[in-house]
Design a protein around this ligand. Structure first.
Ligand code: V47
Ligand code: SF4
Length: 373
């Protein structure tokens, strides 16, 4: 493709987006071509973002809880997991988990994001107990817990359906599903980066079941390793199709691959320009998702802030004690304060609004962080 024809193709895509049309696999792949101007794509994605969210940029006060890093899958993409006997293996006690919940509640968190490994000795009852304990002690914390891979594992382990496992989790306090475990759906890539994890059909089936039960969920895509543009667009279109069917997804979160400590340690981390391009393309292809998150832990603070002009409307949260990306070499801070998040958002020319997990604005008397600012 010559530069002139890239520009002409982009004009056609711009007209399609402006007319409310949907991007195809070929359109999406074209946008990955470096000869298509990134800033033009970003400007178009920004228009879509403003149509959906105006000048608001959302954030929340949250904390992460990873009850164990022991995982039988040992995905090649993962630096976080280990075997049960490893020196770095941990399994949090009930007291430790409750202490973490207390710390989050005291910091004003509205959400706990709970994901871990697939522990060989732990049954469905343990995963349910984690939710029940936390919900009983901190009823106002929303528990966004367990990836679709964990739910699918627990279903096969217990001989129950996805619906049955999810129903039990809901009864114990589950509030929504995070978007993890999606990686790249296409089997050419999935078999290389996460061969033992639930496949695409299973990941999508778990989210379909969750949406049918009234749960909202998120979706992710892990890019910047061995995938191509074709695989990324295929991934986005599979998500768009399920969203057409259920409407249950809230936010899409592109995750930049961090290679350190993984079986792909020889790769470079994706560049800031690729981060922005993937985010903007996601905003354009996923026309039926309300929110695209720039997860600052994964992108780094500077790129996440820039992404607020390339299609993102959410910076995720304050986060504390994140391990999965930091174990893989992420150099982002461990935590951002509300004041730091609000400053980043205001500098980007947006209006910071604190949200709860379900994107309802949070109004507080006890902070200077009012969403009326
Ligand atoms: O599923 C694992 C990814 C995910 C690496 O739903 C890695 O609101 C980069 O899903 N380099 C977990 N990424 C994180 C996640 C998430 C994060 C923030 C918000 C939400 C949400 C969900 O992290 C895993 C996997 O795709 N991951 N290893 C790595 N080396
Ligand atoms: Fe286990 Fe998740 Fe790491 Fe895969 S990415 S090894 S499922 S913790």
């Amino acid at each position: 493709m010559r530069a002139a024809s890239a520009a002409a193709d982009f004009d056609r895509i711009r007209e399609k987006v402006d007319a409310g049309g949907r991007l195809t696999q070929a359109d999406g792949e074209l946008l990955f071509d470096p000869r298509v101007d990134l800033h033009a794509i970003g400007e178009l994605a920004n228009r879509v973002r403003e149509r959906k969210n105006g000048d608001v940029a959302w954030y929340n006060i949250n904390a992460h809880l990873n009850p164990t890093n022991v995982c039988i899958y040992r995905c090649p993409l993962c630096a976080y997991s280990c075997d049960a006997g490893d020196a770095k293996a941990f399994l949090m006690s009930r007291e430790d988990r409750l202490a973490r919940g207390r710390e989050a509640a005291d910091a004003g968190a509205t959400e706990l994001h709970i994901v871990g490994g697939i522990h060989p000795d732990k049954s469905l009852a343990w995963y349910v107990e984690i939710l029940r304990d936390l919900k009983t002690a901190f009823p106002r914390l929303h528990l966004k817990a367990w990836t679709a891979a964990e739910i699918a594992w627990l279903a096969s382990l217990s001989g129950r359906s996805h619906e049955e496992v999810l129903s039990e989790m809901i009864e114990a306090g589950l509030g929504s599903l995070p978007g993890g475990g999606a990686e790249i759906f296409h089997p050419e890539v999935r078999t290389r980066i996460a061969p033992r994890k639930a496949n695409a059909e299973t990941w999508l089936a778990v989210h379909r079941a969750a949406h049918r039960l009234g749960l909202r969920s998120n979706a992710t895509m892990l890019y910047g390793h061995v995938e191509t543009a074709m695989h990324c667009v295929d991934h986005l279109l599979r998500l768009r199709e399920l969203q057409d069917e259920t409407g249950g997804f809230q936010a899409f979160i592109p995750l930049a691959f961090h290679p350190a400590g993984t079986q792909f340690a020889h790769l470079e981390r994706p560049s800031g320009l690729l981060d922005l391009r993937v985010l903007a393309i996601s905003r354009l292809v996923l026309d039926n998702f309300d929110h695209v998150k720039a997860y600052w832990i994964s992108l780094g603070v500077g790129t996440a802030q820039t992404a607020l002009a390339y299609g993102a409307d959410d910076l995720d949260g304050t986060v504390r004690q994140e391990r999965i990306h930091h174990d893989a070499g992420a150099t982002s801070p461990e935590i951002l304060s509300v004041e730091q998040l609000c400053r980043l958002i205001r500098e980007a020319g947006r209006k910071p609004v604190e949200r709860d997990t379900l994107y309802r604005p949070v109004i507080r008397d006890d902070h200077c962080i009012s969403n009326r600012a």
